[in-house]
Design a protein around this ligand. Sequence first.
Ligand code: FE
Length: 339
Amino acid sequence: MRSLIFFLSIVLLSQVLLASEVNIYTSRHYDSDASLYSEFTDLTGIKVNIISGKGPALIERIKSEGVNSRADIFFTVDAGNLWKVQKEGLFQEIKSRSVLATVPENLRGPNNEWTAIAKRARVVFYNPQKVSREEIVDFAYEDLADGTWKNRVVIRSSSNMYNQSLVASLIANVGLERTENWAKGLVANFARKPQGNDRSQIMAVANGEADLAVANSYYFGMMLSGSAGEQQLEAAKKVRVLFPNQKSRGVHINISGAGILKYSPNSENGNRFLEFLLSPKVQKYMVDRSYEYPVLKQILPSPEITELGLGFKEDEISVKKFGELNPEAIRLMDRSGWK
Ligand code: FE
């Protein structure tokens, strides 16, 4: 009897230890994520430990910790960043069947090393006071290089990953040569030297400094919600959004995503955490706060983003391409004089 009790308590103890925690390295910076994590703990009994930082710093940390790393999950934005970790061989395959069944293949790593958690569209913002309807009929990214837009376009610098991924998608879709000519044409159309973040490009269009801006969709939702302050709310009201390439391949889609690290001490918990992030309730909770698009088709984005219109065509090229072609994209942008 005593040995049975002893045996059972060992089983119980090991279960508690095994199910105890999940360590998440994240470059996402939403205060609201904290309540998500406690919900996961309530649901599963698994404690969530968060290490947050900038993407590149976290990647360095994971590398230097090597086999001793306690990190289970790396959660970040842009497929290009996930690619960097994958290239170092620092991810393991995601095993969760429900994750693999939920997320379309074009939004996962080559061997399921990482998965999209949410989507973002890189769209074009315009000033309706200065841009006529005819000018933007069937607008495509390719049109940003057209001479009619001389001194009218703003976009952030070429060192920004979002732009590198956009250029990589163009290389994949239309080829190196056409993309290079496009980049040169785009640079020639700049209203100013690239500066600031995505939101400051939208602000420049609202202020009349430029007529078109390229920026990620969720920044607009954030501005429109008023959570970023009165000035940004007023600016957002002055601009309109365009989803490029609706008559061709669709708008450029990038992701927020996560993977389970190779030396994860709690990979089982890691898989469960990814399942949690991709569950309907959590998807809704996240996109209502991040203004991204959900991965789950049945979930609506936030009201601000829903208002922009749904059912637009998305470029379904695999987001893995953005990592694969990232070095090529950087060199091309450099040759084109994109600062
Ligand atoms: Fe961003």
